[in-house]
Design a protein around this ligand. Sequence first.
Ligand code: KG4
Ligand code: ZN
Length: 343
Amino acid sequence: MRVLGIETSCDETGIAIYDSKDGLLAHHLFSQKTHSEYGGVVPELASRDHVRKVLPMIEAVLNEAGLSAKDIHGIAYTAGPGLVGALLVGAVFAQSLSFAWQCPAVGVHHMEGHLLAPMLEANPPDFPFVALLVSGGHSQLIEVKQLGEYTLLGESLDDAAGEAFDKTAKLLGLPYPGGPHLAKIATKGNPTRFTFPRPLLEKGLDFSFSGLKTAVVNTVAKISLDEQTIADLAASFEQAVIDTLIAKSVRALNMTGMKQLVIAGGVGANLKLRTTLSLLGEEQGFKVFYPRPLFCTDNGAMIAYAGCQRLIAGEREDLSIHVRARWPLTALQPPQNTRVILI
Ligand code: KG4
Ligand code: ZN
């Protein structure tokens, strides 16, 4: 089955074509620049940019893959969670094309897309596994038994990991989006110069990052910020987040008895997190799986892949347009064969 994927949940337009036999055939990504002058995503501007980009990008991926509309067997779009206006753009295009091209459409959970992104790589994990989902809006540890069977093991009680990266970057005067900028500057810094708290490190599987952010705010208020100090603050902050994410992930593996850890979501692109976890895995006998950095952050390929799995299992939307700003991952179920249910 060959599936067109459409991702428009926030400020990236991602379009891709995934083939269940031949793998990923083409993928394009447009990262909206319009938000940088506001220091955060402006929902209305995001929706307008998606409207402008979706169709030309669909034409571009079809051309790149040497395909036309008749070669597409299904359409997958992000149905939530995310910005409602932005989600509606993707849903409306997907449903309209599904009607025009006479092929089924399926709405995909954005975080399920992230969770399955390592399946696009050469040596994918097998079910079951533990997943650390760390993005701009989520920090969660999930036990993944099979497609659609997800148990929440722990989550952030306040800020998500990506949110903490972005807020701290802003505080240090770095451009939006802050996470990648902070990580880059941190490579030049000393991670031991400042000792920041690692909240909830010793117990449980939940995270808390707002105290860490406050600790950076308090430190910044007391010192002057030269270039090296900013790099040291960035490195010390990054180290505190990484230490926490790693301690909780290892605890989740031990508690579930699993030996496979998937890291997904934008913060999963963090090079220090990736290398530290892989080394620890070799030492402690667990295997770590990541998507390539480009597929850690939002993209169309993960939506095409996740949608393809659900379409193959017979899941389909009716023609109504339905998106959700909030949608817990644990509310998902294994693919439902709606045709069978209707009969
Ligand atoms: O998954 P994603 O693209 O969007 C959401 O679904 O939220 O994640 C975006 C988040 C942002 O907070 C961004 O700053 C963070 O991921 N991020 C990083 C890095 N690259 C992206 N955080 C730390 N290090 C990075 N290299
Ligand atoms: Zn995302």
